[in-house]
Design a protein around this ligand. Structure first.
Ligand code: 5CA
Length: 158
């Protein structure tokens, strides 16, 4: 089977969800929320970080979408998940999502991953998330992001 580029996977899912045309290619690489906010001219809080955690006891992957201005408290996330969690390594992230760190998108993963949205994301009327590479982002309303990811809203910010 031909290898599908990760940005094409994301664009195809967005199209299917009726969110086509949302992807924007940035002139520079934006591996961090701060870089993405600077490139887009928006608040850091409006950049959604797609963070992949690992449950060591089960090797399960967990995706947490959180505002660029907040950090995930792994203790609070462990309570939600019901087991200790750790940040996933670059290799783990790539294996479970098909994305490299810096371009992890909340949709278009190569396999389903249990997903959560940190409540702080809902404070914004519009947010941006990575679209499969460090140079691509897409915009969405928090409700659209929730529907697209089938995520559960949680309070796990530090
Ligand atoms: N393109 C930007 C803005 S959309 C982006 O992808 N931001 S991000 O927040 O979703 O991805 C960066 C995050 O990757 C960092 O906050 C950090 O949690 C994680 N990360 C960075 N380096 C590593 C690493 N070596 N191992 C595991 N996680 C890492």
């Amino acid at each position: 089977m031909a290898k599908v580029r990760s940005i094409d996977r994301v664009a195809a899912v967005l199209d299917d969800l009726g969110l086509g045309g949302r992807v924007r290619e940035l002139p520079e690489s934006t591996r961090t929320a701060a870089e993405a906010a600077a490139a887009l001219g928006c608040e850091v809080g409006q950049i959604v970080k797609s963070l992949v955690f690992r449950v060591p006891t089960t090797d399960e992957a967990v995706l947490v979408l959180t505002s660029g201005s907040s950090r995930v408290d792994v203790g609070l996330l462990a309570e939600v998940v019901g087991a200790p969690v750790e940040q996933g390594s670059g290799a783990f992230v790539r294996e479970r999502t098909g994305f490299a760190i810096g371009g992890v998108a909340p949709v278009g993963l190569t396999a389903p991953v249990r997903s959560f949205v940190e409540r702080g994301v809902l404070a914004w009327s519009g947010v941006w998330a990575a679209a499969g590479s460090p140079r691509t982002v897409f915009d969405a309303a928090p409700d659209e992001l929730l529907a697209a990811t089938s995520a559960t809203v949680v309070d796990v910010a530090e």
